[in-house]
Design a protein around this ligand. Structure first.
Ligand code: NAP
Length: 776
């Protein structure tokens, strides 16, 4: 809920593709973000439709390609209208055709699933920047509100309000030429690919859905100076240039774009940033503008997230301007050159002929294809001359046998480089094949373990899918930033590695945070060396379970929603007895809950074990209903379902990335799935749903040697005031054959047993832990 006075870490202005990409990247990095969008509904216009190879790689590294579905591809692009073969080594050569509405929808879903808050119908009106925050004044559908953030990023397009309010310089040239553009249904004209005719340029391309996109420019006609064109303007211009009549068509979208070229002098002004078209205005030739903007967002997201989480090294935020301004300036240059070739007067003919000849030559073709696809972007990341330094991590298939922490390697799994980047953290990839080298790599990266994943792997070998150019084979190890750019390469260069880690990921964590496996072996108990997550462990059954698992030697993540003090007390009581635990906060049943939980969990595990491995998951957090069926509102019902059933499902789904062979999942159900209570019908339904998790997942996860069981408590003493009323306790106790109410420890002991190796033969089971309630 965003109300007047809400504090967040980052406000992003603009929910177009760039703002949404940034919001997702910020959430991936663990930053809170609110996105403001003036429009009340997402765009339905096709607008920018081209995704280039580098953008496709980025989407792959976030796991978004499968969600995008099948995408038509053309390997041939153009440079100023002259055909250009865009194929280069990599997985996604060429241009990929995705309507902007689809790209936006995908990024919106992704960002909001990760917990970004997107407010439509909210317009930025004023910004006040102080020494430690920015106050954004916003006009919304129900009046004005002020948001307080650490940083504000303008992803609000060519006419950026953030740029204006922030007083950013925006030097460059105004448009002198213009292309009219329309998507038209119901016309049947020949396709034209960049045809320079006597009076102008004509482009027509019929899409599979029968809609034709046309673009037209008249060489000698002055640029219109009034607003957006009407369809009639386009009909007339098309007739003058091609002699064809398209007046009978139905315009679906009409606009014009000029060859203005401007770039903000600075992309950052202390607490304000610009990205995408807000930072650079250019002709959208060859679809470079959208790709440039998306890549701005990916460069900025992790840096800003690190900064607001207090882990950003000095200079990190400024590197956004240094890196992206240079890329933007080069792209704007190539777009201006293309605009001249494409829209220049007939005198440009000989230049086009010469450029056409050059484009056919391999060195030239590769150079321009690298520039247009975004694959040739290299940042200055520090000393060294390795060709990978500063470039994007190339695609490779690897065999990966466990990660970090000095743990013995698990079963080798095949992974690809984009998959290794999906966490949004840094990546230290050791490919040396030498265990001693791998140990040194791991040790060097230990103090950054919450921020950088260390992966020890070997090449998968040749094959259609293997590294196309063998680019990774020339180095024993690479350090990769969350945006996929290589920040360090080396073999025996550990001092350099530590410098590079410090430069991009900040100061090392204090050594006492890093728990070595050697120390862990000294712990006593049946769960030594295991890690556990207990949801809702701030009090009640969850707290008792966390304490019990810790007594058995597990490192326990004590999850809570609002009871921070209670959770800290749980951790303190575990530590007092020599156990290990840490608290993780995440409200369940709200968008982004699972992501938030796992960011905190994985950071906590990494800092303490060097790995994100989770051996035991206890889905315990829950809310009671306490309302008769006739009084239960749809909202109450949804809330019960969201916290008690939906959250455990998605927690299990996500946790399966972390749970190794031998893992344990225990879901806390309720005796109410076996005996009736009309006050708790909706609640009992949620618990019935949770029990299905055990039945079905047990079958699915048997091959992975993971057990999944349900434990059903009966009436169990928790903080509920009813347990302070002797008569009530007496009545409740009478339901159990033991004539007492359950204690949280009664349940904790059962869960702890299920978590041990002793319970290896129990899976898919329902364990009644009701103390013989209502046996009859
Ligand atoms: P409790 O004392 O009420 O504690 C609930 C725990 O769940 C707290 O740690 C709470 O965190 C957390 N939680 C609640 N709503 C949450 C949300 N939206 N997001 C994240 N965390 C949330 O519970 P309990 O009585 O021990 O019950 C534990 C489990 O056993 C529940 O699943 C319950 O349904 C089940 N159960 C209990 C009984 C019983 O008689 N006690 C009987 C049968 C089944 P914060 O404190 O931080 O908000």
């Amino acid at each position: 809920m965003v109300a007047d006075g809400t504090k967040t870490q980052v406000v992003v202005v603009g929910a177009g593709p760039v703002g949404l990409m940034l919001a997702g990247e910020l959430r991936l990095g663990g930053a809170d973000v609110v996105v403001l969008e003036r429009r009340t509904a997402p765009t339905t216009a096709s607008r920018a439709t081209t995704l280039h190879a580098r953008t496709m790689e980025i989407l792959d590294s976030r796991g978004l390609l499968d969600r995008l579905g099948p995408v038509p591809n053309e390997v041939t692009g153009h440079f100023g209208g002259i055909p250009l073969d865009l194929s280069l080594p990599g997985r996604h050569p060429g241009q990929w055709k995705v309507p902007q509405a689809r790209t936006e929808e995908l990024l919106h879903d992704w960002a909001t699933e990760l917990g970004a808050v997107v407010l439509r119908g909210h317009e930025l009106r004023a910004l006040e920047v102080t020494a430690d925050h920015v106050l954004a004044e916003v006009a919304g559908p129900v009046g004005h509100l002020a948001l307080r953030a650490k940083y504000v990023v303008g992803c609000d397009g060519e006419d950026s309000t953030v740029r204006r309010l922030g007083g950013f310089d925006f030097p460059g040239t105004d448009a002198s030429r213009e292309l009219l553009r329309a998507d038209v249904a119901g016309i049947d004209i020949p396709d034209r690919r960049f045809e320079r005719l006597e009076r102008g340029l004509a482009i027509a391309a019929r899409r599979p859905d029968g809609v034709t996109r046309i673009m037209v420019h008249e060489f000698d006609r002055p640029r219109r100076t009034t607003g957006e064109p009407g369809f009639d303007d386009i009909v007339q211009a098309w007739r003058r240039v091609t002699d064809e009549d398209i007046s009978g068509g139905t315009p679906l979208w009409v606009n014009a774009f000029g060859d203005a070229s401007r770039q903000a002098a600075r992309y950052r002004d202390v607490r304000l940033f610009l990205a995408g078209d807000a930072a650079h205005q250019q002709m959208p030739i060859g679809g470079q503008a959208l790709n440039l903007g998306l890549q701005d967002a990916v460069n900025l997201g992790w840096k800003l997230a690190a900064q607001v989480r207090g882990r950003g090294p000095e200079g990190l935020l400024d590197s956004y301007h240094t890196e992206r301004h240079a890329v933007g300036s080069r792209t704007l240059g190539n777009i201006r050159a293309q605009a001249l070739l494409l829209l220049g007067p007939t005198e440009t003919g000989p230049v086009r002929a010469v450029v056409g000849e050059l484009l056919a030559r391999d060195g030239v073709r590769e150079h321009l294809a690298g520039m247009i696809s975004g694959l040739d972007v290299r940042y200055d990341v520090g000393p060294g001359s390795h060709p990978l330094l500063g470039a994007r991590l190339p695609y490779a298939r690897l065999l990966h046998g466990g990660e970090g922490g000095g743990e013995p390697a698990g079963e080798a799994r095949e992974m690809t480089t984009p998959e290794l980047l999906r966490t949004g953290r840094g990546l230290l990839l050791d490919l040396s094949g030498d265990p001693a080298h791998a140990d040194r790599t791991r040790a060097a990266a230990g103090p950054w373990s919450g921020l950088v994943d260390t992966v020890i792997a070997t090449h998968r070998g040749a094959g259609a899918d293997a590294t196309p150019d063998g680019a990774l084979s020339g180095t024993d190890a690479v350090l990769v930033r969350p945006d996929g750019h290589v920040a360090w390469t080396g073999s025996e260069g550990e001092p350099d590695l530590v410098t590079a880690l410090g430069r991009w990921f900040g100061a090392p964590a204090a050594p006492h945070n890093v728990m070595t496996s050697k120390k862990r072996r000294y712990d006593m108990g049946r769960l030594n060396g295991r890690t556990a997550l207990v949801t809702g462990a701030s009090r009640g059954i969850g707290r008792a379970t966390a304490v019990r698992l810790a007594q058995e030697g597990a490192l326990v993540a004590v999850h809570y929603a609002s009871g921070q003090e209670d959770a800290e007390e749980t951790v303190a009581s575990i530590e007092k007895d020599g156990g290990r635990a840490f608290a993780v906060q995440a409200e369940l049943g709200v968008p982004g809950d699972v992501h938030r939980l796992f960011v905190a969990l994985e950071n906590g595990l990494k800092e303490r074990t060097g790995s994100t491995e989770l051996n035991i998951l206890v889905n315990n957090a829950g809310v009671m209903g306490g309302a008769a069926a006739e009084d239960t509102t749809p909202e109450q019902f949804d809330r019960l379902m969201a916290v008690n059933a939906k959250a455990p499902f998605f927690i299990v789904q996500r946790a399966l990335q972390n749970i190794p062979s031998g893992g344990r999942i225990v879901n806390i159900s309720s005796g109410l799935t076996r005996f009736a209570n009309p006050q708790e019908i909706a609640y009992a339904m949620t618990k019935g749903a949770v029990e299905m998790l055990a039945l079905h997942y047990a079958k699915a996860l048997g091959p992975r040697n993971i057990t999944v069981n349900s434990v059903a408590p009966g009436i169990t003493r928790n903080g509920n005031p009813a347990f302070g009323i002797p008569e009530a306790v007496e009545q409740m106790a009478a339901m159990s054959t033991f004539n007492r109410v359950g204690e949280p420890q009664d349940i904790a002991d059962v869960v702890a047993f299920l978590a041990t190796d002793d319970a290896r033969w129990i899976t898919g089971a329902f364990i009644d832990a009701t103390g013989g309630t209502l046996l009859g």
